[in-house]
Design a protein around this ligand. Sequence first.
Ligand code: SAH
Length: 343
Amino acid sequence: MKQDIKSMTISELQAAFDALGEPKFRAGQVYSWLHRGARSFADMTNLSKALRQRLDELFFITVPEVVRKQTDPEDGTIKYLWRLMDGNCVETVLMRYHHGNTVCISSEVGCPMGCAFCASTIGGLVRRLSPAEMLDEVLFTQLDSGLEISNIVLMGIGEPLDNFDNVLRFLELVNSENGMNIGMRHISLSTCGVVPRIDELAEKGLQLTLSVSLHAPDDETRSRIMPVNRRWNVEELLDACRRYFAKTGRRISFEYAMIRGVNDTPEAAALLLKRLRGMQAHVNLIPLNHVDESPLEPSTKETVAAFQQALERGGVTCTVRRTLGGNIDASCGQLRRRYEKNN
Ligand code: SAH
């Protein structure tokens, strides 16, 4: 069985080359070919033919294929639907902000978490992505669009902390000096609240931004829309967030999708304030994206504005997420969902 060479770290590659009787610097050459998007060993023209052939016998190189590419004519957001080598599809979104081009990548094919408002989880989890497949989302988005990527958010399909080891390895790859060299401070990881993994992540002391999908301040509502809350409730989650901050010094960003009549009342705002008091937190309100299969509806603009004001008055910084790519199904697993339904 061939090995996935792009999921290997530089030191693993060096060890493999050492075992082949090849000098260390060759591993470095191959590593930089891979991280510049080489599609085959034949492309690696500074290696001998014999070595290229040997590598081709031992390893494979992942290459995703573009199935759909949609560009929003208004804001320039580009959405890719990729076909992976086993035929599964995932999506990546490229958003153009003033502070740089940001890619939102998927970490799994489907998702096991079951949130009631989310299109990604409807068919459950199909499988987890390899480190190379996540790297490919960043790499091939950059290559195809011709736009340099400076920021990454792990907020696409899947729960990154359910694919913990592969995600950590992906972070090491994309952060590496001989690779894309994207700084940890330019990376955000979003979780629905897998508490033990938040603690494990804290231990790593990475400088990335942790985003936590809170979406409700009380257990009754949160358990209703997010099954993960029945396993780790709001208090346990917020405790983990406090430990995370104490360990890393990184302020947590809370995501809060505004759902009409569910979590958008003045009482919810007051309870949220109370629970976040004393925490270094930032709240990001997301107007809910309507998903066909779900009865949940977005809050009105006025309700969102009132909720934001209530938080700000209470001393919690709060922003409303600008919606990008509204014309192209560019959110939360909707493109993949539609494609799979029609095919
Ligand atoms: N599994 C991770 C990351 C992927 S989802 C997590 O739960 O955080 C990225 C964000 O989009 C999460 O905050 C998620 O709750 C939110 N989201 C999912 N479906 C949505 C929808 N229909 N409208 C608005 N936000 C949604």
